[in-house]
Design a protein around this ligand. Structure first.
Ligand SMILES: Nc1ncnc2c1ncn2[C@@H]1O[C@H](COP(=O)(O)OP(=O)(O)OP(=O)(O)O)[C@@H](O)[C@H]1O
Length: 588
């Protein structure tokens, strides 16, 4: 397919162009992708005979260079006379330019981006995005789309729009009437900061609460109990359930019991044993006869009772409690906007449902079922949230380059993801306007070599001008992450956990899970080796059950896909020994 794409080095400048010129440019790019090749004019006297100019608006032209096949890269957009002058100065790319070669010269796309601070990658909404943001919906609405399609940006602008509307409709009541919620803390902080910019009037800004979903549950329960609930650590929880399984002589593992509690009892809000005996345990593979359900019910009841006495909680349990509390009170908000919706637990959805009255523009749900990294699967309709007929699917990625998409999308395998509206969701037609270097996959013979290679590659990015906080390095588990931090620190490269805000001088390091919802210019994934990914523990937990195994592998695929697609400009993947079977789809 032909493509005309923005060169990453031009991204930041592109965002500073007049909206009209941006739109003209985007429509030329779209026309090119759909086969209507616009006029590409050669430039007399140009140093590079391949360079062309293309009209994007009256008296404005883009300068493009051929890339490969019939792909072109857009280097700049300027008034026509300046564009011609710029084009004449473009030098031909040296024959040995190898953007994927991890040498200290670095990918040329990066070296050109010295002047582009990553946080200036600001947004002028595309008219389609704008329409979705400002529409009036006669109920709940849903927006889905692959990585980088602007879902978070839409959620943010939607919350701002609702606040402005609320201020106009209820000028006398200045209170938090819009909830903008998401999954992780780093993203919530970013959203809150951006909202400050979008809503400079403090009286309007005060109408939006930006909180993680866990913080919402925590604050509802805290204000009800008048004391802060204590959260129990996941490892401690697993240990306790294991002990209970042994002492009650149950033929189930601790892990099975935790999942049964969270994924069936809490997920369905089951309050009585007959309801549990009758319920469909969808998503759970091991059949449970009624006598086993009775045993499980008894154990769970006692266990949860003991937790309550002790005053300790899990996040889904807090959400279930918050849903009950809110169900008895006047709704907290007029509108709720949810980002990263694919990972919310059903109890969290019940809480949100109870937090806002049913009606026009009540819930605005944004997510991507291909990026689900939790066990939570929901059917919104079954939770009283009906988005039928009010769904939008986004298809254009503004962050991930086509090269990274081409590499990362096959990681998902062939199975379509199940959407929250109960329909299959595919990435058909999903593509990028950006082009960049192909991902680099580096095989290493031992862990020491892998760490050395990573250190070299991070150095390449830094020397090419990428700010340290524009680089993230991730591994599947904490053990790999610790090794990475040690290696980089030993080379004098400061590191901080990937969710850290501020600390522009430090490279972000964390698990793949922690990268969720974030974006970076460059991402390196280490330990993508067959003996580490999918992790043995995930495979063993399936205990030989084929369906459970497939679900576990699918979750790992999505996690890897999420991690890869955090990169805007460059992706580096390394492994020791054979690469993970997840990156060799034919091996599965
Ligand atoms: N119309 C647009 N023009 C330019 N940049 C845009 C546009 N829409 C989104 N972007 C930029 O693209 C990047 C990705 O957007 P966003 O984070 O909203 O995507 P997303 O769909 O939520 O991604 P993910 O699902 O991977 O978290 C952001 O840096 C955003 O500023």
């Amino acid at each position: 397919m032909s493509a005309l794409a923005i060169a990453p080095a031009f991204l930041s400048d592109f965002n500073h162009l007049d909206p009209e010129i941006q739109l003209g440019t985007l429509s030329v790019m779209r026309a090119y992708s759909s086969g209507h090749t616009p006029d590409m004019e050669p430039v007399p006297g140009a140093a590079d005979p391949g360079v062309r100019v293309v009209g994007v608006a009256p008296d404005w032209s883009g300068v493009v260079v051929p890339d490969q096949d019939d792909h072109y890269r857009l280097l700049t957009v300027r008034p026509r006379a300046q564009a011609l002058e710029f084009a004449r100065g473009v030098l031909p790319e040296p024959l040995d330019a190898t953007p994927t070669d991890p040498t200290p010269t670095g990918p040329p796309e990066l070296s050109g981006a010295l002047s582009a601070p990553f946080d200036q990658w600001q947004v002028t909404l595309h008219p389609d995005q704008h329409r979705i943001t400002e529409a009036h919906y006669n109920g709940s609405a849903q927006v889905t789309g692959g990585p980088g399609t602007g879902k978070t940006v839409i959620a943010l602008h939607r919350a701002a729009h609702l606040a402005v509307r609320d201020a106009a409709a209820h000028p006398e009541q200045v209170r938090e009437s819009v909830l903008l919620t998401t999954y992780n803390r780093a993203l919530a902080q970013t959203l809150s900061d951006r909202l400050d910019q979008l809503l400079p009037d403090p009286a309007v800004r005060a109408r939006v609460r930006v909180h993680t979903i866990d913080a919402v549950a925590h604050s509802v329960v805290r204000s009800h109990m008048r004391t802060a609930p204590q959260l129990i650590d996941r490892d401690e929880l697993a240990r306790r359930w294991r002990a209970v399984a042994v002492s009650d002589g149950l033929p189930f593992s601790g892990r099975f019991l935790v999942d049964e509690w969270e994924q069936v009892l809490l997920a369905q809000g089951l309050e009585t044993l007959p309801d549990y005996i009758r319920c469909e345990r969808s998503g759970r593979v091991q059949h449970l006869a009624p006598e086993h359900r009775r045993q499980v019910w008894e154990t769970v009841r006692r266990f949860v009772g003991a937790m309550r006495v002790e005053g300790v909680w899990t996040h889904p349990q807090l959400a279930a409690e918050a849903a009950l509390i809110l169900g008895r009170r006047a709704p907290l908000f007029r509108h709720v906007v949810v980002d990263e919706a694919q990972d919310l637990h059903p109890a969290q959805w019940r809480m949100l449902r109870a937090a806002v009255p049913e009606g026009p523009d009540d819930l605005f749900v944004v997510g991507d079922p291909h990026q689900r990294v939790s066990d939570n699967r929901v059917s919104l309709a079954s939770l009283g949230i009906n988005v039928r007929g009010r769904g939008h699917r986004l298809r254009i990625s503004y962050r991930v380059t086509q090269e990274i998409l081409d590499w990362a999308t096959p990681l998902l395998g062939h199975r379509p993801a199940l959407g929250m509206d109960d329909d299959a969701d595919t990435l058909a037609g999903y593509r990028s306007l950006l082009r960049g270097p192909a991902p680099v996959v580096r095989g290493c013979s031992d862990p020491a070599e892998e760490m050395r290679a990573l250190g070299d590659w991070v150095r390449v990015w830094l020397e090419a001008g990428v700010a340290p906080d524009g680089i993230a390095v991730a591994g599947r588990n904490q053990w790999v992450v610790r090794k990475v931090a040690k290696e980089l620190e030993a080379r004098g490269v400061p590191t901080v956990p990937s969710e850290t805000s501020g600390r522009a001088d430090a490279v972000r390091v964390g698990t793949m899970h922690r990268l969720k919802g974030q974006e970076f210019r460059c991402v390196a994934l280490v330990g993508v080796s067959d003996h580490l990914l999918p992790p043995k523990a995930a495979i063993e937990a399936a205990e030989g059950d084929q369906v459970a195994l497939e679900q576990a592998v699918q979750r790992e695929r999505m996690l890897l896909f999420v991690a890869c697609t955090r990169a805007r400009d460059a992706l580096y993947v390394s492994h020791v020994g054979p690469a993970s079977r997840l990156v060799q789809p034919q091996a599965l």
